[in-house]
Design a protein around this ligand. Structure first.
Ligand code: PLP
Length: 456
């Protein structure tokens, strides 16, 4: 086996790591980790460390590591037929079966699923289809997309534009002009602290309405949002938010895309976030939980209303001019079928709901009273702890103090992987759905120690 120092040199000389400080990494000032194995909620690295992964990779390994059922399904598919395309009516048993399994689990009014590879490319597909839809309906001006500040929808040209985080725009000439952003439903960080939750929801809806009026409803095609904000801070919406938003969108004939890349397939303790919050989307984006990241696969689930217009479009214009070589890749599809079956067989969505409630309470018990903990929040197995300088005056830490990153590092020293979210001092937790009570309590107890070490 290659020596660790040789592997380290190759890594720094050759490998462009995503979302990494490139210069510091190349200089050797940032640590690397070569991950070699995983089982349940734990991963192992080349130095022999065993870590409890309380973020499921990038909140995607929902069924946990080391699932042999999925590995076998992938191996069987690779031996039988590693690849065939899905163009012009082709498919495999795996891709056809998975499409049915997805639709069986999706909200009733959904009709078809297109398979891609990543959450980013699925959202690119969605925007193209929305534009096509409005062209077929004879509304060529109705093209802009509204997204929320702090929303995360990928890092392509269009999807990086939809993402409402400065880091993904700066120096990349984004956002593109077709994308406009509105307020995030982040009640804890509201500007007017006197607002009740109900008033804040009314404020978000009024902001959206004002934006639509400024731009002109006949120029706006769709609104995209995660049922619960993910990378922008792990924030469940205030009660009534989605009802209020949908009322505005329906009034102006604007399509709704629910980006369920994180929330799809159980993360909130319900199969879809749309069911969880009573959202009736026209399109749903899925990825991560579709295969629990055992193979790359994403999807765009289309409602009957959208699908009918696409069919009409092909009657008028011929075959749809959209597709990837790897759309509905058989290996990804086989992984998806095995993954969704496992989710059912082990009742993992129920565990996400029940263990999520227990985990959140354990986090509250461990750090909820700490003077620098502003909020402990969560829904299902998507939880966050937000640190503040002062709770009463709601003063936030200066970002240069990197408090969230420091607590994250102190927790890692104790063998727990959490995620310092990119904007604000928020520590994120999204463990695999097979999390046990003992593991939930271990994470909470070690978080208590890490917070004490960094914040006293
Ligand atoms: N949408 C949401 C809500 C996400 O959280 C992510 C990734 O984290 C994406 C889209 C992009 O997915 P990918 O990284 O697979 O392109």
């Amino acid at each position: 086996m290659l020596r660790n120092d040789q592997m380290d040199a190759w890594d720094r000389e050759n490998f462009f790591h995503p979302s990494t400080h490139l210069a510091e990494f190349a200089r050797g000032n940032l640590p690397n980790r070569v991950v070699t194995g995983g089982n349940g909620c734990h991963i192992e690295d080349r130095n022999g460390n065993r870590l409890l992964d309380a973020f499921s990779g990038l909140y995607c390994v929902n069924v946990g590591y080391g699932r042999q059922e999925i590995a076998e399904a992938i191996a069987d598919q690779a031996r039988e037929l590693a690849y065939y395309h899905a163009y012009v009516g082709h498919g495999t048993e795996a891709s056809i079966t998975l499409a049915k399994m997805v639709l069986d689990r999706a909200p009733d009014h959904m009709s078809k699923v297109y398979f891609g590879l990543s959450g980013s490319d699925a959202n690119e597909t969605n925007i193209k289809l929305v534009w096509y839809y409005n062209n077929i309906l004879g509304r060529p001006e109705k093209k802009k997309i509204i997204s929320r500040w702090r929303g995360y929808h990928g890092s392509g040209l269009m999807t990086g534009s939809l993402t409402g985080l400065d880091l993904f725009h700066r120096k990349f000439d984004l956002p593109l002009t077709q994308v406009i952003h509105t307020e995030a439903p982040y009640y804890y960080r509201r500007v007017n602290l006197d607002q009740s939750e109900e008033q804040f929801v009314a404020h978000c809806a009024a902001e959206l309405e004002a934006l639509i009026e400024r731009e002109g409803a006949d120029t706006i095609a769709a609104f995209i949002g995660e049922p619960a904000l993910g990378t922008g801070g792990l924030v469940p919406p205030p009660a009534g938010y989605w009802d209020a938003i949908q009322t505005v969108l329906n009034k102006h004939d604007i399509l709704l895309i629910a980006d369920e890349v994180v929330t799809g397939f159980g993360r909130l303790g319900s199969m879809f976030g749309s069911d969880h919050y009573g959202i009736k989307p026209d399109i749903i984006t899925i990825a991560k939980g579709l295969t629990s990241a055992y193979a790359p696969l994403s999807g765009s689930i289309l409602s009957d209303k959208v699908w009918k217009v696409l069919e009409r479009g092909t009657d008028e214009n011929g075959a749809i001019g959209h597709g990837w070589t790897y759309s509905a890749h058989p290996i990804g599809a086989a992984a998806g079928v095995a993954n969704l079956k496992l989710l059912d067989d082990l009742r993992l969505v129920d565990n996400a709901r029940d263990m999520g409630a227990h985990f959140k309470q354990a986090l509250i018990d461990a750090v909820g009273d700490h003077p620098h903990v502003g909020e402990v929040r969560g829904e299902g197995l998507l939880c966050a702890v937000e640190f503040v300088e002062d709770r009463d005056s709601r003063t936030y830490f200066d970002p240069s103090r990197t408090v969230g990153a420091k607590v994250n590092a102190a927790l890692l020293d104790r063998g727990i992987i959490s995620r310092a979210m990119p904007q604000g001092d928020t520590l994120g937790f999204a463990p695999p759905f097979c999390l046990t009570r003992a593991e939930a309590e271990e994470i909470a107890a070690k978080l208590g120690d890490a917070v004490k070490e960094i914040l006293g």
